[in-house]
Structures are given as C-alpha cells and as structure tokens.
Ligand binder design. Sequence first.
Ligand SMILES: Nc1ncnc2c1ncn2[C@@H]1O[C@H](COP(=O)(O)OP(=O)(O)OP(=O)(O)O)[C@@H](O)[C@H]1O
Ligand SMILES: O=P(O)(O)OC[C@@]1(O)O[C@H](CO)[C@@H](O)[C@@H]1O
Length: 314
Amino acid sequence: MIVTVTPNPSLDRTFEIARLVPGEVLRATAVHHHAGGKGINVSRALACQGIPTVAVLPVGGAVGERLAGMLADLGVEAAGVEMAGETRTNVTLADADGVTTKINAPGPDLTPAEVDALVATVETLLARGPRHLVAAGSLPGGAGDLYARLAALAARHDTSFVLDSSGEALASALEQGGVALLKPNDEELAELVGRELVTVGDVVDAAHEVRRSGVQELLVSLGAHGALLVTADDVWWAGGPAVVPQSTVGAGDTALAGFLSTDASPDRRLRTAVAWGRAAVLLPGSAVPAPEDVHEDVVRVVHRPDPTLVLKEL
Ligand SMILES: Nc1ncnc2c1ncn2[C@@H]1O[C@H](COP(=O)(O)OP(=O)(O)OP(=O)(O)O)[C@@H](O)[C@H]1O
Ligand SMILES: O=P(O)(O)OC[C@@]1(O)O[C@H](CO)[C@@H](O)[C@@H]1O
C-alpha cells in the first residue's frame, strides 16, 4: 500500500479551447473536472492500475465534499481531515496544440489543529506498513513545517519518504533530510540549485548536489524529453517518440506513481514511469491512464547517457 498526502488539494477544472488569446472571450469546446492536487493524482493513477493506496487530504466546504465524492466514485480510499476553509479550484486552459495554461489558487490556510490532525492521520496509516509515504504539492499557509514533520514521522516508522514539491516548501523539507526519492522536473531542480540546467550532465551534477542534503535518489522529469533517474552511483534516461499531448497536467504525478508502482530494477521502474507519464498526456485534463493506455514497449532506456547531450534535444 502507498500513502499519499496532499495538503493543498484542488478541484481541477479544465477548459478545452481552440487557442489562447489574452483579452478575448474564449468559448470552451469541452469542460472536464478531476479530483486534483499532486498526491491525489498519484493515488488516482495507482488506483486506476489496481495498486492499493490511501490519499490523505484536508476537506473543506462544498468543493471539498465534491472532491471527496469524486475519489469515492473512483474507488480511491481517502482519509479526509475536516478543515474550516473551502477546498480550492484550479483552472487549466488546454488549447488544441497541446499547450496548457494553468491558474492555481492559493488554497485556504490550515489551522495548527488541522495540521496536527493531518499528521495524526498519517501516523495511523503508517502503522499499516505502507511501502512509501508520498508528500506532494504546495503547502498552504499555516502548514510550513508539515513536510519536515512527515519526513521525521516516516523515518520513525522506517517508511520510504517520497517528496514532490517546489519553491520554499521543497527547500525547507530538504533541510530536515530523510528523503528517499525526490521528483522535481528540470525547472524545479534548476530553481533549487540556483542555476540553469542545459545538458544531461548539468542535471546529474545538480542531482548529486541535492543528494548531499540527504536525498537518496532523484527522478527528474523532462516533459516531452522523458526523464532521468539519478542514484548514488548510476544514471539512466528514458523517453519515447514525440506525441501531441491533450493535457500535460498531472503527467509528472502519474510518472511518479508509475515509478513507485513496482519494486523492479531502477531501469524498469524508470521505463514504467515514462510510459505512465506519456499515457497521461494523451488524456484530457488531469485524467490518469488505465492499463490498456500504457505502452512500455515504445519507451527507450539508456544507461549512463552522454552527459554532453542537450536536454531539449533528447
Ligand atoms: N509533451 C509530452 N510528450 C510526451 N511525454 C510527456 C510530455 N509531457 C510530459 N510527458 C511525460 O510525463 C512525464 C512527466 O512530465 P513533466 O516533466 O511535464 O512533469 P511535471 O512538470 O512534474 O508535471 P505536473 O506537475 O503537471 O504533474 C515525462 O517524464 C514524460 O514521460
Ligand atoms: O499548486 P500545487 O499544489 O503546486 O499544484 C497543484 C496542481 O497543479 O498539481 C496537479 C498537477 O501536478 C494538479 O492536479 C493541481 O491543480
């Protein structure tokens, strides 16, 4: 079983439009709703492939109730913690060329009691001996130390702690140490190390710099250019032929779910991650792929890729 925590969940509303024109009234050709937030997407992707998971999330107001109902309809086990604020709604504009524009609301602040309740809920679930604890997404106001607390809790329960966040939430969680796997995209990794990453070697060097702060492995997603897995003493790249995406929202979360879905060798897990991510971008909104949508055979894995290769040319 895999436990996910999403401190700032969202109802993801996707408008399909022909083309984004600022300042115009745009007519949507279709509208999709999904239960969103990064940890929730990981849980949805796992559940869709029949892998046991529990999603921990704060639930607030009518939007929160709706989101919890959507998870129940999908058969995703959820451990909801009641909060006073209303769950946010995030908006995606997906244009016909596969370009997505996203507007993420800040989300309601959590009270100290609500943060404590999330931690207590996770602690109860850790007693069930999950394979991983995945903490993912932005931290709402009032929850600044939540990821550091979860990392410490996972260490006490000898559970692998997986983190996918960005900005200040990521930087402060890393200070605690104890992260088994970090899943940044190349831009988030560049922000973390404070320099531009152009080549495979740049990513590998940055990943090792982050590893020195107590992270064991990094799965660095590269959007259309696949993903790199950097461990203590090895590197793999995986990618596949170009596709025209419907929506890239949640592709990183789905790729992370794929990576965690198996205990196979690192290269096999990377292949699965990239195959799940590719499958996700061919679906609307933040929809997650079913087994028949995933095609591992088209994914190429390269052991110790040439460090001089330019990321955008992979
Ligand atoms: N345009 C694309 N074409 C093919 N595959 C893609 C594309 N975009 C993403 N993917 C697949 O999805 C994986 C994750 O994508 P990406 O790096 O965009 O994640 P992310 O930035 O964390 O996304 P999000 O935060 O929306 O979940 C990639 O490693 C790749 O396998
Ligand atoms: O605002 P955050 O927490 O950084 O990201 C939230 C979010 O953009 O992440 C998911 C895609 O990865 C979406 O389901 C959701 O809307």
